[in-house]
Design a protein around this ligand. Structure first.
Ligand code: CDP
Length: 247
């Protein structure tokens, strides 16, 4: 019997799974697959910061030197709503919607990647995104990935995972992903972007990327996707069993 069926028929308690980690560490793939297997909702919180970045780019809120025109962006935040399509596309991904428009393809561009971390340091942006994310998690049964999910968005999440892998390996994965999509891009450019985002994400003042004390760490640099999924499924099952025994 597949996992999805088990969780649907057993009335197992629903939990929140928080998966945080560095850029291109493979956390989105892991989170998406877990959600699919257990019949949970998957939310890609990074896509939300990317959508806000696209909004700022489209509305001339990025200065020529690459800095963000914060004064222009903040008053507009209440007009920005980021959501996801209820069902996955043929590509298996639930597309991201910016005020109702499908922006999935645009938010994955290197240009958005280059501007997203400076946008994500703005406290008001984080406040707005965290509020939307917490709303998504109100009924549990959710897997969310990002940088601050286990620390700030859902500090009480029943299962927290922190994913790490070496910078070079992560840049290689992202470069492969982008070139497979048909982008003509140099490895060095991708490497620099990933390194710079690591730097900004770990040193910002509000909710920097950091492992929650009670998170399980996974270094997925040298393991296969299947091994990684087995590890995660085991943790998920253990967490559910523990809750069932307690309650
Ligand atoms: O897919 P990738 O690992 O490149 O990054 P992402 O998850 O799409 O996130 C893009 C950027 O959004 C990150 O580099 C962070 O600057 C920011 N982010 C954040 O600050 N907090 C989150 N919960 C998720 C993403």
């Amino acid at each position: 019997m597949i996992m999805e069926e088990i969780y649907e028929i057993t009335d197992a308690p629903k939990i929140i799974v928080a998966i945080d980690g560095y850029s291109s560490s493979g956390k989105s793939t892991m989170a998406r697959e877990l959600a699919k297997r257990v019949g949970y909702i998957y939310i890609d919180s990074g896509a939300m910061y990317r959508a806000v970045t696209l909004y700022a780019m489209r509305n001339g809120m990025i200065n020529p030197d690459g800095s963000v025109n914060v004064e222009a962006l903040i008053p507009k935040l209440s007009d920005i709503y980021v959501d996801f399509e209820p069902v996955a596309h043929e590509d298996g991904v639930q597309h991201t919607l910016l005020n109702g428009e499908d922006v999935e393809k645009e938010i994955r561009s290197l240009e958005v990647s280059n501007h997203v971390s400076p946008i994500a340091v703005i406290p008001e942006v984080r406040e707005r995104m965290v509020a939307i994310q917490q709303e998504f998690g109100r009924e549990k049964g959710i897997v969310m990935d990002g940088r601050d999910i286990g620390t700030t968005v859902f500090p009480d999440a029943e299962l927290k995972v922190f994913v790490v892998a070496g910078l070079h390996e992560r840049a290689r994965r992202r470069w492969r992903e982008l070139t497979q999509k048909g982008l003509d891009i140099r490895f060095e450019e991708v490497y620099e972007n990933v390194a710079e985002r690591d730097r900004i994400d770990t040193t910002r003042e509000v909710s920097p990327l950091t492992k929650a004390e009670d998170a399980y760490e996974l270094d997925n640099g040298a393991i296969t996707h299947e091994e990684q999924m087995e590890w995660l499924m085991r943790l998920f099952q253990q967490t559910i069993e523990k809750l069932e025994n307690e309650g």
